[in-house]
Design a binder for this molecule. Structure first.
Ligand code: SF4
Ligand code: SF4
Length: 207
């Protein structure tokens, strides 16, 4: 923490990303207050069932617990739902573009992940788990984005069996593809969380 404060004193932009689980939920407010004090940006994301959270089991919070935590965080820090959404890295892929259908998350398009040797993957969580999009040292960015589009097309929300009849699909776009690819399934709790977030967003939009 002292190191982060020193970086801020030297004028560096600092973002602190906290992964929230049952183990540290009660300390989130303290991290936020610390970031406010030193002028750092604070982000929080619920633990996911892959990567470091692969074996997190009971430590992961349910959708209703995460939604409650988000609302309590807003009340504690006098932030409205819109501001809470900016802090919590939850359902970031949900989009509300009038006339546009959200058919996928950002992987392979708004998100690319590049290995030190130049190999490009469609998401940081998918290194070694999916075909590469190319190598940035050899291919142009246009070719890589075309490969990304082809990869995304195979994961479009309308062809995902569990998503294609979901009433939230064109706002949600089908959720995190890394979660599906790495765990082999769609986590129903993640869907509950996405739906809860969308309902609160829409309530704000029409209020
Ligand atoms: S809420 Fe769940 S089922 Fe519905 S589109 Fe999103 S990921 Fe698919
Ligand atoms: S796969 Fe998941 S982590 Fe990767 S870009 Fe999509 S939503 Fe984000």
């Amino acid at each position: 923490m002292r190191g982060l404060a020193l970086l801020r004193e030297q004028g560096a932009a600092v973002t602190v990303l906290t992964v929230m689980s049952r183990a540290n939920e009660s300390g989130i407010d303290d991290v936020y207050d610390f970031c406010e004090r030193i002028g750092a940006r604070f982000c929080c994301t619920p633990m996911q069932p892959f990567g470091a959270g692969r074996d997190s089991g009971a430590n992961r919070l349910s959708a209703s617990e995460i939604l409650e935590a988000m609302e309590a965080f807003g009340a504690q820090h006098s932030l409205d739902w819109r501001s809470v959404r900016r802090v919590f890295n939850t359902a970031r892929h949900v989009q509300y573009s009038w006339g546009d259908r959200q058919t996928c998350c950002d992987l392979g398009k708004g998100v690319l992940s590049v290995s030190p040797d130049g190999t490009v993957y469609p998401c940081v969580h998918l290194h070694g788990s999916v075909p590469i999009l190319g190598n940035i040292l050899e291919a142009g960015i246009e070719d890589i984005l075309l490969a990304g589009n082809r990869f995304r097309a195979g994961l479009a929300v309308d062809i995902l069996p569990e998503c294609r009849t979901c009433g939230y699909r064109y706002l949600c776009g089908g959720g995190c593809r890394a979660e599906r690819i790495l765990t082999g399934e769609r986590d129903p709790e993640h869907c509950n969380l996405i739906r809860g977030v969308i309902e609160r967003d829409l309530a704000l939009l029409i209020s």
